[in-house]
Every structure is written in C-alpha cells, then in structure tokens.
Design a protein around this ligand. Structure first.
Ligand SMILES: *Cc1c(COP(=O)(O)O)cnc(C)c1O
Length: 733
C-alpha cells in the first residue's frame, strides 16, 4: 500500500476517483474542497495499491498505482489533530466500490500510522460519510474504528426526508401552505448571477441567525456567490417572495447524485407568520426533489454541536423528515492497538513465545466487568475499609469455611500480624522459636523475624507415592533436643508449597504433643482441599497473599488472614489499623496494613472464576503428568485426590536444570525457578543467630539446584501445552 499526500497536481485523479467511489459525493470533489483551502491546512491523502506490501508512504510519480481510497482531512496544528470533517472536508474515507472489510482495515491502519509517523499527529477525529450519501451500504470503516479502539467524540443530529417514505406533512404545515398561497406568496429559483437576489436573501439570513441563534453563516455572501458561479449545477437557491416581490424566506441546496443537502434555511417574520417555509418545503419534497433518494435538512445542533435544538427537530419532522445521528469518533494514534488492527490477517507465527504467566491476557478475560467495577469504586468516594472489603471478607471466609477473614496489606504482613497477635495474646517472648520448612519462599521466614521470633528450619520428606509433604518425626525431635532452652518453641508453619497441601495429620500429632500453634502459609494454595477441608482452615490461623501472580490475585498487593479464633482475628484487625478499634484511640502498637477498596473489588470480580481456573490448571497439570516422558526429567507425584493440589506452580526436577531452562528459552518457552537460592543461603539471613539450623537441609538445597517451573495458567492454550510437552520430550542433555 502506498500513501500519497494530496497535492493540486493530483486533482484529476482525485476527482475521477471520487466520482467512481462507493460513497462518491460532490461535496468531496477537489474543486469544491479546494475552494476553502486558504482557510485550512489540507492533509488529505490518497491510498494506492502496490505489489510489495511494505506500507511505503512516499510518492514518486512512478509508483502511483491504482487508487483504492482517498481520505479528505484537515490538520489542526495546536492539538496535532487530523480531522476528516470540518473546514474544507465533508466526511471520512472514500473507497473503491468493491472494497472488503479487511482492505479497509489495512487502509485505515496505514492512514493512522502515516499521520502518526509522518506528521506527528496524536489524534484523529473521524466522521464517517453519512450512509445516505453511499451508493452501497457502508460500515467497513466503523469496523476498523472499533478495532482501533476509537471512542465516540461527538454526535450530531440531522433530519432527513427519505423520499420513498416521506412522513405526512402536519396539518399545521398544510394550513401554512394555504395561508401562504392566500397571501400570494410564490416560489422562485435564483437565476445564475442574480446577485441582487442573493444579497437580499443573505441579509435576511444573517439577520435571522444573529437574532435567533447568535451565530453568523459559515460563508460570506461573496464566498457563496463565487461557489455558485463555479458549481451552477450543484448549488441552488430557492426563495419565497410575497406579492410585492420581496423575499420572505429561502434555502440553499447542495445537490449530490442522490442527496439534496439543505445548508441554510431562513425566513423573516412575515414569512414565518404566513407559512412561507411550509410552501417552500412542500414544493421541494413533492416536486423538485421527488426523484432523489434523500433530502437532508441539515443538522439541528448548536454551540459547536453540543446543544440539541429540539424545536428544530420537531419542526423538520413536521415537514416529513426524521432525525438521524451523524457520529464522529476520536482515534488516539499512539494507542498500541493501532499497530495490530490487521493482525487477524497475518499468518500465525509458529514460534510465538509462551510466557510463564501472561497476566495481561489473564486479566483481560475479566473485562469489561473488571474495568466497570474499578471505575465504579473510583467514583464511589469510599476507598478504604468499605463495602468491597466487607464483601470479600465474607466471600472468602465462606469459601475457606472459617469463622473469620481479615484483609491486610499483603501476604507477608498477614503472617507477621498472626505472629504478633499471638505474641500479644499468648505472651510469647522475643526470640521464641517457630518451626518452618527450609524450602519455602523467603517471606515465610522473614515474617517470623519481623515478629521478633526465631525461625528454626527443617526439611520436609515426601510421601513416596502421592508426594505430599510429611513431617519426619525422628529428625524433628532431634532438632528440638538441640534448641537452647532459654526460649520456648511456640508454633509450626507448614507452607502448602506450589499449591500442594501438607499431610496435616503428621503436623497435628507433633503440634499437640508440644502444644504448638499451627500457622499455615497458604499463599500458594487458593482453593486446595484435603479430607473435605480447605487449606486456610487446617490450622489455628492462615496467612494468604493475593499478589497478582497467585491463583487468586489482585492488580497490586493484598493479603488476608483466615482463622476460627475470634480473639486472634479481632487483635489482627486492630493491629492492622494502627492498633485502633475506634478512630484516634490506640489500644496496642500496630501498623498500617489495609487493602484498598479498588483491590477488594478486583478480588470480588476474580473470585467467581477461581474454581474454573483451578480446574483448568489441573487439566494442564494432568497432561504434563501423563505426557511428559523423558528419563532426564523428574515429575511431581500425582496427588491421591485431585483437590489436594491447585498447581500454583508445576515443578519438574532435572540435574541439568540450567541447560533445560536455556533450551526451553531458545525455543520460546519461558520458565521460572522456585527458588534458586534457599533462604538459609541468602545473604540477608546468613548472619549468626538470625535463624537456627540444627541440621543440613538436603531437600531444600536439591530443589534449589534442580527445580524448574513450567508455564501453567488458565489462559494457556492446548497448543501451548502441546508445544511444552513436545519440547521437554525432545530434550537431550
Ligand atoms: C507470595 C508468597 C508470600 C508473600 O506474599 P506477598 O503478598 O507477596 O507478601 C508468602 N509466602 C509464600 C509461600 C508465597 O508464595
């Protein structure tokens, strides 16, 4: 496609194309448009077919191929705006007759890109050519506007008489006609060059516009007379005279092939009182233009289109017209969608990248509901601790089946607040011990330290068949023997890592023996279930994260605590709000850890999809488990019941892990490692006394060396899953 900026040397090609075009209208003839050219900066373009489809812009006369479309347009420098209607132009894209939607899509994309790249335009205001001017039904440009994410910018109302279905003229009007005839009014058409008549009409017109609408005509009388001398066959003036030959009313009509377009209508008080316009319009509709398709009575808006003159609409209807809307649209030219309008026409790229987790694509699946809710809350005036928070807390505690849910700032703070609340309620001392598995995300361990307690790290063991994490009683008792007796062991924190729930029986046995609180880190286990109970309801309290990438994620940070312990919940709610139950009364030392209403509203929208999305994750996991077959790659175990895993992460293990990751990356598949450095090896925690490590942690260290997380998400397609499986099966070390 080649784009050629219009210049006067192309006048003949332009005019020839307009006369043959699908929408062809005399108003877009260059002779007519150029007439106004000194007042407006013309940036019209001509779009030509080219053999190579590189979308070149330049115009050497040699590559001037077949014109397939023209876009009349003006340039507004102050706002860097292209306007297809206004000033010298009268509408949007004109195309060849047998145009297709896809071609228009390509043309519009090329035009938008041209204006942005070559002229630095930011906005394009587009007004489609009114359908009544098209010789064939139009609409391809509307489809293109939709693809360009255009927004309605202005709506003009015109009244149009459909000549095949003229409404009956109202009695009032027919009475007017009788009155006019009785008065001796008669209709006259201005003869070419009869400037006296034109001047007389113009005085009447200006007087009426200024008095009634505080406006003046767009043209001066000199401009109109010049125009009429150039287009004697297209521009006509009809007038009504009284018996002493004075003009009492008149109109100016622009005639195109199928439409007579009335631009100026005026009558003086004598004409108004005696039905002059009634007489005139009856004549135009029943005689003069009865063989046309439409008589367009012109727009009925004022104040640059912003105010509707409803009196005018009613009046025009009583002449036989009906109101029709002419919309204009605003296209933001730097909107990224412009570049991909025609993507449906491109062949699919087989080597498309598979993202680890395509959050943009995922969150798009909740539209337009999500944006609607965000906007609603943004406009509600309530931004913290409001109805959206309450609604989500209610929803989540019903889902998890606990007595309480308290929303807090994020997952880390959820865990910190649980521990701090216990310190307060149960009188735990600084430095007391909390048992925690060594193969977890750093947050679990940092939360313990943040609460002033001491993490004691242990390795889990796995059930040989079902792979559920278990507590190795002997080893853990050995750890306890080595602990310094100046501090007390207070709690154990199982982490349902990767979405796989713990074998809780082994935890309960140990916890009751040592009188420990069981605090779940449920940040990866949204919806997981074991023996009819959900993760989050399996211990004394659970910390949740709604980080964007979790199975249920906000569009930012959020977290919560679930618990059956009412006292604990109340203390956490107080601590999370500056230790205050009543405004400005602070009972305990606290912090600010709240979820804003917008994020709570996002969670409310996304919650309804959680079960469906977990089901999709399980489908993908099942395919990985049954179809990945490579001795170099070790798969996770299939759980005893599918509910026990929500597959937040799908881990595989490989001694050549880094090589495998590079191989997948080279083939367009993104993977992650959860987690490359185990917490006890992190610089942040390696100083003496920060944590207690009574034994080595071979499980945590092996996982850090060998784990690789495959893409798994509700928006992954089956083709993507096929590709990942195929690549893994072809991996050789
Ligand atoms: C995500 C996560 C957290 C922390 O959640 P944030 O909301 O990011 O603070 C804690 N523990 C585990 C296991 C997590 O995966």
């Amino acid at each position: 496609m080649i784009i050629i900026p219009y210049s006067i040397t192309h006048r003949d090609e332009w005019n020839d194309f307009v006369s043959r075009s699908k929408q062809g209208t005399f108003l877009l003839n260059r002779n007519f448009m150029d007439y106004h050219a000194d007042r407006f900066f013309d940036c019209s373009i001509m779009i030509c077919q080219s053999d190579d489809d590189k979308g070149a812009y330049t115009s050497t006369e040699q590559n001037f191929g077949d014109i397939i479309a023209v876009m009349p347009a003006n340039w507004i420098e102050e706002t860097k705006t292209v306007e297809t209607h206004g000033g010298l132009t009268y509408g949007g894209l004109l195309t060849k007759e047998d145009i297709t939607e896809i071609e228009v899509l390509q043309i519009m994309q090329a035009a938008f890109t041209y204006y942005r790249e070559m002229m630095g335009a930011r906005v394009l205001l587009y007004k489609p050519i009114p359908y009544i001017y098209s010789s064939l039904p139009s609409g391809e440009d509307l489809y293109a506007l939709f693809r360009a994410n255009a927004q309605l910018s202005r709506r003009l109302v015109s009244s149009v008489v459909d000549m095949r279905h003229v409404l009956r003229m109202r009695t009032l009007r027919t009475n007017g006609v009788k009155k006019a005839l009785a008065k001796g009014f008669y209709i006259d058409r201005m003869q070419d060059g009869d400037l006296d008549t034109l001047n007389e009409f113009w005085v009447l017109l200006e007087d009426m516009l200024i008095r009634q609408h505080k406006a003046s005509p767009v043209h001066t009388v000199d401009e109109i007379s010049l125009l009429m001398s150039r287009f004697p066959r297209e521009i006509k003036v009809y007038i009504v005279r009284n018996s002493s030959l004075r003009i009492v009313a008149g109109v100016i009509v622009f005639e195109t092939g199928r439409v007579a377009h009335v631009q100026y209508i005026a009558s003086n008080s004598e004409g108004n009182e005696n039905g002059a316009l009634d007489l005139l319009f009856r004549h135009l509709i029943t005689e003069r233009y009865k063989n046309m398709d439409y008589l367009d009575l012109g727009t009925s808006n004022e104040a640059h289109g912003h105010i509707l003159n409803e009196g005018l609409i009613a009046k025009k209807e009583s002449f036989g017209g009906r109101a029709v809307c002419y919309d204009s649209y605003r296209v933001m030219l730097d909107e990224p969608g412009i570049g991909t309008m025609c993507e449906l026409h491109k062949p699919k790229d087989k080597k498309r990248r598979i993202k680890y987790l395509d959050l943009k694509k995922l969150n798009h699946t909740y539209e337009p509901h999500l944006s609607y809710e965000i906007n609603r809350v943004a406009q509600s005036g309530q931004y913290l601790l409001g109805q959206e928070n309450q609604r989500f807390e209610q929803t989540w505690k019903n889902y998890i089946r606990t007595r309480n849910c308290v929303l807090v700032g994020n997952g880390l703070e959820a865990l910190v607040l649980i521990l701090r609340a216990y310190c307060k309620l149960d009188d735990w001392k600084a430095g007391d011990y909390v048992l925690v598995q060594g193969n977890t995300y750093i947050a679990t361990i940092m939360a313990i330290r943040e609460a002033g307690l001491t993490p004691v790290l242990f390795d889990p063991v796995y059930h040989p068949v079902h792979g559920m994490p278990l507590l190795d009683n002997d080893r853990i008792e050995r750890i306890l023997d080595k602990l310094d007796s100046s501090h007390t062991l207070r709690a154990i924190m199982p982490v349902h890592l990767y979405g796989r729930v713990w074998d809780m029986d082994s935890i309960y046995r140990f916890a009751s023996k040592h009188n420990l609180k069981v605090i779940e880190d449920a940040a990866q286990a949204h919806g997981a279930e074991v023996n009819g109970k959900r993760a989050g309801a399996l211990g004394d309290a659970a910390g949740w994260s709604f980080y964007p990438g979790k199975n249920l994620g906000a569009l930012g940070d959020a977290g919560c605590v679930t618990t059956n312990d009412d006292k604990l919940a109340d203390m956490i709610r107080t601590m999370a709000n500056y230790g205050s139950r009543r405004k400005y009364v602070n009972e305990v030392e606290g912090m600010n850890s709240r979820v804003d209403e917008i994020q709570a509203a996002v969670l409310n929208v996304k919650f309804s999809y959680l079960n469906i999305e977990n089901k999709r994750r399980r489908e993908i996991a099942n395919r990985y488990l049954s179809e990945i077959d490579n001795p170099l790659i070790k798969l996770p175990n299939r759980p005893c019941n599918p509910e026990e895993n929500v597959w937040h992460v799908f881990p595989v293990y490989c001694t050549e892990r880094d090589k495998l990751q590079l191989y997948l990356m080279d083939n367009g598949v993104e993977t992650l490692i959860h987690y490359p450095i185990p917490p006890h090896k992190q610089n942040a925690l390696k100083d003496e006394g920060k944590l207690v490590l009574c034994e080595s942690l071979p499980v945590a260290e092996r996982e850090a060396r060998e784990e690789l997380s495959l893409p798994i998400s509700p928006v992954m397609s089956n083709e993507d899953v096929d590709r990942v499986i195929d690549l893994l099966n072809r991996f050789v070390a």
